[in-house]
Unconditional design. Structure first.
Length: 286
């Protein structure tokens, strides 16, 4: 394998190194996509937890306002005092529907939320019963209903606190997951850039060596014959081939052909160089 690689031309080695970087970059792109996807999923999970916490807190605030308004109405009757209770009856179904849509696909959280929803419904039913009883019989004893509502409210708050603690743990876990995904994303970017630069630099060096060797093969004479001799198929350049043809009896035809090839290559290079220079000047507006 080493012998095979050693005898390959420099341009082939440069192309091989450039091709090696392509699968590396493809794998890095796949890893980047996966890390970015994981980070987005973690961020979406964090946002969902915040939305659920906000809606649960809003529901608890509505229930607390409803309880306070009904208690105030029991102690001091007045239609205006029931406005928070009536607003809670109107807004809670919307919050419950939104929470159900957020918790869809998570059976554990849905089961816990069903318990909270059931307690809220019981609490609202008791508050409604208190309101109706107070409206029909102002002198009725409401202490039993008030105590039941207070017990349900206490259990409801305990359950909500438990849910919020679990959500806090989920929030920390998702935050750590997003942070790890962001770190992996940065690490993959650095590693892929380093690998691409490494193979790209070697490919550029080998390509530069191939261009230099090609240029030397077209015009170098003294240094080549002095240091590496005139070996056919290995170190013989075009000027050395022309020199060898002139030194060989009957090699005038081969020498003339080589001279024409040398002249044609030099003229072609000069024309291409001038055309490229003019095109660059035109693109730059000069």
């Amino acid at each position: 394998m080493n012998r095979f690689w050693t005898h390959l031309p420099l341009r082939v080695k440069a192309a091989a190194l450039l091709l090696i970087s392509i699968p590396v970059l493809l794998m890095a792109s796949a890893a980047l996509y996966r890390a970015n996807l994981e980070e987005r999923q973690a961020r979406n999970a964090i946002q969902r937890v915040w939305d659920v916490r906000s809606l649960v807190q809003d529901s608890l605030v509505l229930i607390s306002n409803a309880e306070a308004s009904v208690r105030e109405n029991v102690l001091r009757p007045g239609g205006a005092l029931l406005e928070p209770y009536l607003r809670s009856q109107e807004l809670l179904p919307q919050l419950v529907s939104h929470l159900n849509s957020l918790l869809e696909g998570n059976p554990v959280e849905i089961e816990r939320w069903r318990e909270v929803e059931s307690m809220m419904s019981q609490d609202l039913e008791l508050l409604g019963a208190l309101t109706r009883l107070r409206a029909h019989d102002p002198g009725a004893d409401t202490h039993r209903l008030l105590d039941e509502a207070a017990a349900i409210s206490h259990n409801l708050r305990s359950k909500v606190v438990t849910i919020q603690m679990d959500q806090e743990r989920v929030l920390r876990s998702n935050s750590l997951r997003a942070e790890n995904a962001r770190f992996r994303l940065f690490a993959i970017l650095v590693e892929s850039a380093a690998i691409a630069l490494f193979f790209g630099a070697f490919a550029v060096l080998m390509l530069a060596g191939a261009i230099t060797a090609f240029s030397a093969a077209l015009g170098e004479f003294g240094a080549v014959i002095t240091f590496v001799s005139n070996i056919p198929g290995e170190t013989r350049t075009l000027p050395l081939a022309l020199y060898s043809a002139l030194q060989t009896p009957g090699g005038d035809t081969a020498a003339a052909r080589l001279a024409f090839i040398s002249f044609a290559l030099g003229l072609s290079g000069l024309v291409l160089s001038e055309w490229f220079a003019r095109r660059v000047r035109r693109l730059l507006g000069r």
